[in-house]
Design a protein around this ligand. Structure first.
Ligand code: SF4
Length: 441
């Protein structure tokens, strides 16, 4: 014990030397939550393979994202121009956290953006992320997006950082070079990232370099001042199966790798965002290349969606892709809701999407280095509860206890088994046979 506490006392000093702003209290908390020894966690933090997202100004439970720690789930909420209800977005966020969301991103584009963000920051004790370019693009004097100024962009980032936002998506990888690759590609859907589209349109209109790329050092200074984690957005992510894994995407990934290196040198925590829409057999290569090119920065994926033809079920499509991506190294999954591609999600959509994405994250953890043992304990406990026909324990262990309980209640069995087989329950039959032979389980 004495050794461990001496070690932890040294942690803060070492992290400061490495210019990683995390204190020993956070190390202890994350180490206990993730069942990862503090020494190992420290090594991962120093290398940038794990980040702990927390703005200096917030008192929240620390969340680690990256290698060896559990796969995290982000849930997007936010108003749109067509539908503005701060209270409903707050409720979506509450529901998401209740069902296990590790972080919330506010993607609001309608109504009072400051009010929505500040309410979320006030009420929630999980890391909050934003995409400040939305505010920069939409809040001006009712001018077109392409007329936002460089100051508009950086003022929005500073405002969000000052408010306490813990991580921000920054589309600094869309530059004139990657734009040229996009021009030469034969995509069906050129750009599907909202922030990416703002910057692409801005660069084309103004015939200038992306301000976030050009002034990246300034951006790093802001991030450093607030311990703001940068989530390097994939502005050129493919938006359909046909466009997956093309030159435009990988040009941006190479650039993101360079931006990761510069962030780490400046002592700024950084993660990398990924696609999007990817067929199942391209996920492994995509994840491994992104991990390699970005020197194993934590990888944050939307989906990926493994088919384009299931609107209404895109949460399931995303969870299939997310599970496979997690198996190959993705660390952070963004919830996809059933209303993806169709409409602003309802509270029920957010609940459904969160649960399904949590399942994908757990499926990934069952085979993830550092988490395998911890994750499998839950499955083992469930298996034992099933063997014992112990329904109460099964409900407690279920990712969605409420649904499991309600299904059983609505279709009861005459026996202590379930109504699928009733008295012909395989578990009961074999248990009984073993008992008769004196083999008590
Ligand atoms: S009744 Fe059939 S489905 Fe239900 S617990 Fe027993 S074996 Fe499983």
């Amino acid at each position: 014990m004495a050794c461990a506490s001496a070690f932890l006392r040294g942690v803060e000093i070492i992290l400061r030397v490495m210019r990683v702003d995390v204190d020993d209290k956070e190390i202890k908390a994350v180490s206990a939550e993730e069942s990862v020894p503090p020494e190992k966690l420290l090594r991962l933090l120093r290398s940038g393979r794990v980040v702990i997202m927390r703005n200096y100004q917030r008192e929240i439970s620390p969340k680690a994202v990256g290698e060896c720690v559990s796969t995290k789930v982000n849930v997007n909420v936010g108003t749109s121009k067509d539908y503005v209800s701060v209270e409903e977005e707050l409720e979506k966020a509450r529901v998401a956290v209740n069902y296990g969301a590790d972080t919330i991103m506010d993607l609001s584009t309608g109504g009072d953006l400051d009010e929505t963000r500040r309410q979320l920051l006030k009420e929630l004790s999980v890391p909050i992320g934003t995409v400040p370019i939305y505010q920069a693009a939409l809040e001006g004097e009712k001018r077109p997006v392409v007329e936002m100024t460089e100051d508009d962009i950086f003022n929005a980032i500073i405002k969000h950082a000052k408010d306490g936002v813990d991580f921000v998506t920054i589309h600094a990888g869309v530059n004139l070079n990657s734009l040229e690759r996009l021009r030469r590609s034969r995509r069906i859907l050129d750009v599907v990232s909202r922030g990416g589209s703002f910057l692409v349109a801005w660069m084309i209109h103004n015939e200038k370099e992306n301000p976030l790329y050009k002034n990246y050092d300034y951006l790093l200074e802001i991030a450093k001042d607030y311990n703001l984690t940068l989530s390097l957005g994939d502005g050129l992510r493919p938006g359909c199966i046909s466009d997956a894994s093309d030159r435009a995407k990988f040009t941006e990934v190479i650039l993101l790798g360079e931006l990761v290196e510069r962030a780490r040198t400046a002592g700024v925590q950084v993660i990398v965002e990924g696609p999007g829409h990817v067929p199942l057999d391209e996920i492994e290569a995509g994840v491994k290349v992104m991990k390699s090119v970005t020197d194993h920065a934590p990888l944050y994926l939307l989906g990926p969606l493994v088919t384009d033809i299931a609107p209404g079920y895109d949460h399931i499509v995303g969870a299939i892709g997310g599970s496979v991506a997690g198996m190959f190294g993705a660390d952070f999954l963004c919830m996809v809701s059933p209303s993806e591609h169709l409409a602003l999600p309802t509270i029920e959509d957010v609940k459904e999407g969160t649960i399904v994405t949590k399942i994908a994250a757990h499926v990934a953890d069952l085979v993830k280095n550092g988490q395998r043992e911890r994750a499998r304990k839950f499955d083992d406990e469930m298996a034992l509860a099933r063997r014992n026909l112990d329904w109460e324990s099964q409900f407690k262990l279920a990712i969605d206890s409420e649904k499991a309980r309600s299904i059983r209640k609505n279709r009861p069995s005459q026996s202590d088994a379930c109504s699928i087989c009733g008295e012909l329950c395989a578990i009961k039959i074999v248990k009984e046979a073993l008992r008769k032979r004196g083999h008590e389980p």
